[in-house]
Write a protein that binds this ligand. Structure first.
Ligand SMILES: *[C@@H]1O[C@H](CO)[C@@H](O)[C@H](O)[C@H]1NC(C)=O
Length: 445
């Protein structure tokens, strides 16, 4: 359980001061939270060419004393709290960025400069301007929500030259948005070594609110990335969740639902690492949502990963599958997002969604037919394309005797036309479904 602290998210939209963000150590008193990213280091190069931090009502450069010639606040009491949390066995890291951060690099050398500075003023180095005094943070988190990825690989690599030489263990994490690949950090995640990735499954169509929709929920994409593309093949993927309904626009779930999703992902994907929440103030005001979810996850038990069997029938090349069909292919069980005919591959806009890793030989399709298995393309239940209707990615229409699937939002683009927004799913007959229904009637009689 990793819970962000520092931004007083609850206080930003509420007026009951009693629930505003409390000092860091307040949230470290019990076993609910294991990791606390302190948010945020929101300015990379402020006055004096040093960074600044903003911890909302706890410590910031407007309300608190700063080191001379800088906007770096002196937050001595936070340092005491960091050490108190660490003494309780918790990992406390520094999160860089945030939604309103003034961050980014123009070159690798600039990024290396900041890496050296952060090592010296927050981690194991030394400096006369350490905001948290002699408290040594346990690593850094990149919550970069805008700008390009320029320099971040060099930043991580440079910081790792310092941390690798130290006896203390340091952690490197990142918090991308769930759409894959992340707009800011996508190429950085592919090239730098992270220990954990806190995927923000909120404020996006791939958020927790769409967990039951194979065309939207994409934890499988992240697991595939972790085990195949990430430089650290043991990187852990966390489910990032809002800690209350007011912590994000979309994605907040009840305790039971979030626990169920997390347990399902833990049993399905070897890269699953845990749950991340935004943020500590919201969780506290929301009846200790963090503690409730942690307790429910603990009660669900099970820490080691056992690969599930490839229980779905083997994918058959050249077959047409209805949306919802499940197949086994390449060490994963896949679900067709919509009408599918291509080989399953892990791409964001592909026809298939990886819903579980799996092992072993899948059953042949004759012995275990999927609930909605292969079909000759039918248009009977699909509306005819209309030039005035708005369609979103995944929606299907019948046009010119073919079945078509929209790749993304479209209006007025003819299927097969030059705009290329429709995938041709092949010829389809209009009476197939009716025929199946009458066969079903005969069976019933
Ligand atoms: C920062 O300033 C605020 C407002 O004066 C104060 O309440 C808080 O204790 C200060 N924080 C630290 C870490 O000194």
């Amino acid at each position: 359980m990793s819970v962000y602290w520092g931004q007083n998210s609850y206080g930003a939209t509420h007026s009951d001061v009693a629930n505003f963000q409390k000092p860091l150590a307040f949230y470290c008193q019990d076993d609910a939270i294991d990791v606390v990213p302190v948010a945020f280091l929101d300015v990379f190069f402020g006055p004096g060419n040093v960074p600044s931090i903003n911890l909302a009502n706890t410590c910031n450069s407007a309300d608190n004393a700063t080191f001379a010639g800088t906007n770096l606040p002196i937050c001595t009491s936070v340092g005491t709290d960091i050490k108190a949390c660490q003494a309780k066995g918790k990992i406390v890291t520094l999160s860089l960025g945030g939604a309103g951060g003034s961050v980014g690099f123009s070159s690798d050398s600039q990024a290396q400069t900041l890496a050296d500075t952060i090592w010296n003023i927050f981690l194991g180095g030394s400096s006369p301007t350490r905001p948290f005094g002699d408290a040594v943070l346990d690593g850094v988190d990149l919550d970069i929500e805008g700008g390009s990825g320029t320099g971040y690989v060099a930043f991580i690599n440079r910081l790792r030259t310092h941390t690798d030489a130290a006896s203390k263990k340091y952690y490197f994490t990142a918090a991308p948005q769930c759409p894959f690949p992340d707009a800011s950090l996508g190429s950085v995640l592919d090239a730098a070594s992270f220990d954990a990735v806190y995927v923000q499954f909120y404020n996006n169509v791939c958020g927790l609110q769409n967990f039951n929709l194979a065309q939207d929920w994409n934890f499988g994409l992240w697991d595939f990335w972790a085990r195949n593309t990430s430089p650290n093949k043991d990187v852990k993927i966390y489910i990032g969740a809002p800690a209350s309904s007011t912590a994000a626009g979309t994605g907040y779930q009840t305790i039971d639902t979030l626990t169920n999703i997390a347990v399902t992902m833990r049993k399905s994907f070897p890269s699953f690492g845990g749950v991340m929440m935004w943020d500590a103030s919201q969780a506290f005001a929301n009846s200790r949502y963090d503690l409730a979810v942690k307790n429910a996850l603990s009660a669900a038990g099970g820490t080691g990963f056992t690969f599930p069997a490839c229980s779905a029938p083997a994918f058959m090349s050249g077959t047409n599958y209805q949306g919802g069909s499940k197949v086994s292919f390449g060490g994963y069980i896949w679900q067709a997002k919509f009408f599918a005919s291509s080989t399953p591959v892990n791409t964001p806009n592909g026809e298939w969604s990886a819903i579980s890793a799996c092992t072993g030989s899948p059953p042949t399709s004759s012995s275990s037919a999927p609930p909605s298995g292969p079909t000759g393309g039918s248009c009977a239940s699909v509306a005819a394309w209309s030039s005035t209707s708005v369609y979103t990615g995944g929606q299907q229409v019948a046009y010119g005797g073919h079945l078509w699937t929209a790749k993304w939002w479209t209006q007025g683009d003819t299927p097969g036309g030059s705009a290329g927004v429709w995938t041709d799913n092949g010829a389809c007959s209009a009476n197939k479904v009716q025929k199946q229904e009458s066969e079903g009637m005969r069976l019933l009689q």
